[in-house]
Write a protein that binds this ligand. Structure first.
Ligand SMILES: [Zn+2]
Ligand SMILES: [Zn+2]
Ligand SMILES: [Zn+2]
Ligand SMILES: [Zn+2]
Length: 804
């Protein structure tokens, strides 16, 4: 989803192939400014490519459609009837996003959702939704039922006075209502008197106030900010050299878990789900699958319970009206009507657009023009000599002023998260393939032409700025030409799309798998958004990094994952980690960043004959004697007495079959056929032992699935036993203090906690806490949850403690 939709990529590739060779050459070598000018001429409204793009955009569901609203609401009602309240709430949100704001229909969505939230025990949010329903003109005759729910919520929240007031409001309402049948009237009166009794009961016998576990002392972290790098710790310094470019180095000894960087994304864009792009079809199918857009706030990435839909489109959903208003102010008023195009062109193009919108036209123009001056300097032989004698990356200086030593720094030499820092990230213009640059070019030109077409140009160029920027150039006064202002925006956007290939930072979260109503939560990391973090971008890659990155909303935190001595460079892993991939795979993946990794792990694995951790641990064993197998295409048993040989292909086939069977077992689990799932998984284990080494990751995965099944059955001891086996394998692959190990121990702690294995639970909590606080910090939700478990266990009556 980072790149444009496949079909659009194909259109661009055909267009590229059909160009005159001379034009192709010019495009390949052109500076960004000239490329934009040439691109404008190619993507005319009447061109085949423009028509193809319009057709593709029709598939993206970004507008509000009454049919979709109806479909989602009906499905929501169905789920509600089956008591699947979480699913029902999400479907009502999807329905609401397709309704016109202020219509009775949207108010019904909010009212229905409030009912689902009530059943889920989210009373505060339920009250918000009731207020929302009323605010959007909920039909008067239906109001008593909703007001009763409000009274019940208030009662549950212990707000007795408010509950009593809400009840008398319902009574008054019913008293004057002539339309109600007497049966409905009676039912309501009965409910009211029940609730009144409850209010009285609570008033006479107030519940003891519970000690709030949320009050667990939050440790304050020591944090001293760096004078010259915003968001960085004072124990780092910014260095520059030809080989490594800008990079951060420890200026003093650093301890594991120490906070090194805290940065709010300059700009971030939620990655939508695949299902927002439906295949071409005459039939309208409304997918009820849940996507990121249904689960997280479009702006702040907070998890959504009761989303506030954008009033203009169906894809932007927010955690609150406040977030909706801020997003509208900052960028969404421009993006709202471009939804289908942005979904088609992918997240990178979207990030590029949002970046220039956040920066504002004046700042974009300043930096683009400055970069033109630098280019001119480069074509002037004298200036060029001067530049060559310096480091190649120090040319972003302002003429007449002292040149800042490191690009991206401001006049006083500080490096901050700013548009200037983003602009100075390397676009590697000359290293991208010409075809790729062409695709990016056509895409950003398409966005700018669309802005012009729908009349958003003035808004993008900040209205007040003088008219000269929005008038088409007189010499090329054609209707399909972009105005000079939009050309500047297009040039900056093209630069950003190219930068993203090396500098895009994924914001990941641990997301719950499955329905989430099991007692033990199984989580896996998912990519939530793509963002620019100009300070975080200062860190170079290593396949064996010395830091860990964690996210909270749109903020990133980098911590030392091991002791870092003074003078050592701070590294961050861009994805290919030595524990997950072999050196050749890693180098392949790292090619997108235009460098060859020379980290310690890569040097060791390439230069010595030592096989990587991955290959050793994910190997096959001899089907006959279980000794390890060696070789490339033909594998031979390492046991001389056996000497069995098998083709790698046939063992790979066995592995594929095994994975299919595991998938089937998981399907059985999701259909609540736990006993069958267990049988199948146990059989898979037996099969696997015949050809996989005991340390194979898949062996661990099977143990993990078994633990999950037993946990859903409440068989905590069996669950713990299997999880412990899985943990042994995770430890071998990722190391005893890895974040992966922390997550596994967290799961084990939950299982032991549920099974009242008090002393084991306490020691597991301790280990999980030690590891996770290094990687995620003492304030992360996981640490808070562990602390709550611990408090709870320590408060158990002695009688239970002694039994264990
Ligand atoms: Zn939000
Ligand atoms: Zn919108
Ligand atoms: Zn490496
Ligand atoms: Zn053998």
């Amino acid at each position: 989803m980072a790149l444009p939709a496949e079909e659009w990529r194909a259109v661009a590739a055909r267009c590229w192939a059909a160009l005159q060779p001379a034009l192709r050459e010019r495009l390949a070598a052109a500076p960004l400014r000239d490329a934009v000018r040439l691109g404008c001429g190619l993507l005319r409204p009447e061109a085949e490519e423009a028509a193809a793009l319009r057709r593709l955009c029709r598939r993206a569901r970004a507008g509000k459609e009454a049919a979709a609203a109806r479909r989602y609401r009906e499905e929501g009602n169905r789920r509600f009837g089956r008591r699947q309240y979480a699913a029902a709430a999400r479907l009502y949100s999807q329905a609401a996003s397709h309704e016109r704001p202020g219509s009775p229909d949207v108010s019904v969505c909010f009212a229905n959702r409030s009912a689902a939230l009530f059943h889920l025990g989210h009373f505060e949010v339920c009250l918000e939704d009731i207020a929302r329903a009323q605010g959007h003109g909920y039909p008067d005759r239906l109001l008593p039922k909703v007001l009763l729910r409000k009274a019940e919520c208030l009662l549950c929240l212990g707000r007795l006075q408010d509950a009593a007031e809400a009840l008398s409001a319902v009574e008054n309402k019913i008293a004057v209502d002539q339309t109600m049948t007497s049966a409905a009237h009676q039912a309501l009166l009965k409910k009211i008197s029940q609730l009144k009794n409850k209010v009285h009961e609570k008033e006479n016998c107030p519940e003891p106030t519970l000690e709030t576990h949320g009050a667990v002392q939050r440790e304050l972290e020591i944090w001293e900010e760096n004078d010259s790098i915003s968001g960085a710790s004072s124990s780092l310094s910014l260095n520059f050299d030809l080989e490594r470019g800008r990079h951060l180095v420890a200026s003093q000894d650093i301890l594991p878990g120490q906070n090194l960087l805290k940065e709010e994304a300059f700009v971030s864009v939620l990655c939508p789900g695949e299902s927002l792009l439906l295949p071409d079809s005459n039939e309208t199918v409304w997918d009820t699958q849940v996507t990121n857009a249904d689960l997280y706030c479009h702006r702040c990435l907070k998890q959504l319970l009761a989303s506030v839909p954008c009033s203009g489109c169906s894809y932007a959903k927010y955690c609150s009206q406040n977030c909706a208003d801020l997003a509208w102010e900052q960028y969404h008023r421009t993006e709202c009507s471009l939804g289908a195009l942005l979904l088609t062109l992918g997240v990178f193009c979207h990030v590029a657009l949002r970046t220039v919108l956040r920066a504002g036209f004046a700042e974009v123009r300043r930096l683009v023009e400055q970069s033109h001056d630098d280019d001119k300097d480069l074509h002037n032989p004298e200036a060029r000599c001067k530049h060559l004698s310096e480091a190649p990356d120090t040319r972003a200086g302002i003429p007449g002023k002292a040149e800042p030593l490191i690009p991206g720094c401001n006049d006083s030499g500080q490096y901050q998260s700013s548009y200037q820092a983003v602009f100075n990230l390397l676009p590697h213009t000359e290293k991208h393939s010409p075809e790729h640059k062409f695709l990016c070019l056509l895409s950003v030109v398409a966005i700018c032409k669309k802005l012009q077409e729908v009349g958003l140009e003035a808004a993008v160029l900040n209205q007040e700025s003088s008219e000269e920027w929005s008038k088409p150039e007189t010499c090329e006064n054609r209707s399909d030409e972009l105005s000079p202002g939009l050309k500047i925006m297009a040039e900056a956007m093209l630069r950003h799309v190219l930068q993203l290939q090396c500098n895009a930072q994924a914001i990941t979260v641990m997301q719950e798998l499955g329905s989430g109503d099991g007692a033990v939560v199984n989580k896996r990391p998912v990519r939530l958004a793509t963002a620019f973090f100009p300070v975080l971008s200062l860190l170079n890659h290593s396949c064996s990094p010395n830091t860990s990155v964690s996210f909270s909303g749109t903020a990133a935190t980098v911590r030392a994952s091991q002791p870092i001595p003074r003078g050592q460079e701070i590294f961050h892993c861009y994805g290919p980690h030595r524990c997950r991939m072999m050196v050749t795979e890693r180098q392949q993946l790292l090619r997108q960043y235009f460098f060859e990794c020379r980290c310690q792990a890569c040097l060791e694995e390439r230069e010595s004959d030592v096989k990587s951790v991955v290959s050793l641990r994910n190997s096959f064993c001899c089907p006959s004697c279980r000794a390890s197998m060696q070789g490339e295409d033909t594998l031979c048993c390492s046991n001389g007495a056996c000497a069995l040989s098998v083709s790698r292909e046939s063992l790979s086939q066995c592995l594929w079959d095994l994975r299919q069977q595991i998938k089937q077992a998981l399907k059985l689990l999701s259909d609540n056929k736990s006993d069958q799932a267990i049988k199948m998984l146990l059989k898979c284990q037996v099969d696997a032992r015949n050809f996989l080494s005991p340390e194979h990751l898949l062996m661990g995965e099977m143990e993990d699935h078994l633990a999950q099944v037993y946990a859903t059955l409440g068989k905590w001891q069996e669950a713990a036993r299997h999880l412990q086996s899985s943990i042994r394998i995770v430890e071998m692959h990722h190391g005893p203090s890895s974040v992966e190990m922390g997550h596994e121990l967290f799961k084990l702690a939950q299982i032991l906690f549920n099974g009242f294995a008090v002393s084991e639970a306490l020691s597991t909590i301790q280990r999980a806490e030690e590891i996770l606080s290094v990687h995620c910090g003492p304030q992360s939700t996981q640490i808070q949850e562990l602390k709550e478990m611990k408090t709870c266990l320590l408060e158990l009556p002695r009688s239970i403690l002694q039994r264990t």
